[in-house]
Design a binder for this molecule. Sequence first.
Ligand SMILES: NC(=O)c1ccc[n+]([C@@H]2O[C@H](COP(=O)([O-])OP(=O)(O)OC[C@H]3O[C@@H](n4cnc5c(N)ncnc54)[C@H](OP(=O)(O)O)[C@@H]3O)[C@@H](O)[C@H]2O)c1
Length: 278
Amino acid sequence: MAASRVSELYRTAFVTGASTGLGRAFAEMLLADGVRVWGTSRDPARLAPLAQAYPETFHAVACDLADGPAAAAAFLAAADRAGGFELVVNNAGYGVFAEFAGADFPVWQEQIEVMLVATARLSHAALRAHLARGRGALVNISSLAAEFPLPFQSAYNVVKAGLSALNESLLLETAGTAVIVLDVRPGDYRTDFEGSVLRPQTPPTPRMERAWRAFDRMMRSGPPPAHAAACLRRALLRQRRGTLRIGRFFQAVLAPFLARFGSLDLKRRVQARYFDVG
Ligand SMILES: NC(=O)c1ccc[n+]([C@@H]2O[C@H](COP(=O)([O-])OP(=O)(O)OC[C@H]3O[C@@H](n4cnc5c(N)ncnc54)[C@H](OP(=O)(O)O)[C@@H]3O)[C@@H](O)[C@H]2O)c1
């Protein structure tokens, strides 16, 4: 019989970036379903609302992905206290909006280190434990940007395409095991993401301004994070593995479907029109 609560499948979970946005919604969904959750923030004070709402089952963890080895150590220490994590959700991330050559190279490199390399490091630790235990789930939050790159967010596009490629590799490696790997690709959701995007290039060019306005419009009109959490809950209960595209019908269903039939050049032109940079 199919499970009706996530805690019937996974008793413990580790969720990065649980202070706000999608990560907080994922943590709340899991806690409401009876899962014991260890959630991270760079500043654990930001996790107080979850700790107050779920004093018995929520545990705050300080974790900054800017220091990959320290983040992995925080994960392993929390796993020790939890008796292992049966579900790991790598969600934390941020945006940088600048031309590739318009901002200093270290800004670009840091985003790759923080969001791709550090997330891979946590995935490595999580998968090792899942495989040793013979079961468990690894959920990596990628983005539809892996398929439809965002203008002036080149490192972000590389991170998400790289993360989805890592997930594909792990799906091949875990085939035939009871370990689940889920590559989640959200479209635009109404979170704090846009507010925390770094914009190191000043002044922005007129094309950048137009792309930002389109990005801003899309983010503000996206569904709320609870929608993403409900999609993830359904996928977990169905023990789904593979790719999960979520968000508005146009972004998550129609655009990927149509992109299969058009040329890459057509896709680029539509994308440029969408962001008003054509
Ligand atoms: N919203 C969307 O439309 C959308 C679409 C596709 C994919 N995504 C992906 O979904 C994930 C969550 O995004 P969101 O929209 O929920 O953004 P958000 O509301 O800005 O939340 C981002 C979370 O990541 C954490 N974080 C940021 N930088 C970090 C770092 N260096 N080390 C550790 N934690 C860090 C933040 O924690 P603290 O600030 O408390 O440390 C926060 O909890 C990201 O990976 C994003 O790329 C979002």
